[in-house]
Design a protein around this ligand. Sequence first.
Ligand SMILES: [Zn+2]
Length: 310
Amino acid sequence: MLAPQAGKEYPCNWNEFLDWFATEEACVAYLERLRWAAGFVCPRCGNAAEAYRASRTRLMCRACQHQCTVTAGTLFEKTRTPLRVWLAAAWYLTNQKQGVSALGLQRVLGLGSYQTAWTMLHRFRRAMVRPDRERLKGQVEVDETYLALTDRQEPLSAVGRKSSTAKVLVVIAVETLQPTGFGRIRLRRIANDSAACVIPFVQEAIEPGAQVRTDGSAAYRSLGELGYDHQRTVMLGSEVPAHASMAGVHRVASLVKRWILGTHHGSVQPEHLDAYLDEFVFRFNRRTSGSRPASTILSGALTRPICYPS
Ligand SMILES: [Zn+2]
């Protein structure tokens, strides 16, 4: 059988998945092709030439004799979980329309611990954001909303533990399309609704020159000076209800709330919320594309600089 082209091709269904990734060797080979799609490049000396295979998983640079594995320096580094399980997790994560909770993943893959499942999902979330992604443009609505999170561990049977609920403020940016519809989104947890929190978000999320619609909050007052076409809608006493004048933000806020409560049972620690928001944005922004997000995530996991909490 001719090897599938990693990155461009990905199993279409679960039977194909089982065929393609039948062994740990097949998974290593797939990830090697994904990571070095244009040919092996030594991570130490930069020499681009086909490597020697030093062992089942180790490759050796012909120039400097440096040995490495496909997972070294990636999100898969030092994992004790078989790559086959990682690939199955990526499959499940991306084939469930609403994603999966750590408890759900633990059950479906038969993982020994909740923590293993949680860590896998968390690392994949880190792989979902492209550092060079384009900022939003055109017409963009921006507003804040509160999310209710609980510190309860997900297995609901945890007896005798008190859980507390935290309200966390999130700022939302949504591209609105003409005549109707929404484009891409960005979300971020913020400490409060001051200019010091919302302005850096707008600058990182939205291209200057875009038309930015906000409510009357003074926090956004400097957007005009910063190169945005700032449209303020003062809600106070307005005849138009908020969900009509900021339809995009309102819609995304209700979807993200439903996702946190539904898929994740509201159980997200506030300090990890940004990673969950990254996953929501990833799903939302690909909702209409026919691409195979699992290979996008895997390739992200292999090529993005690692910077993850243990
Ligand atoms: Zn080398």
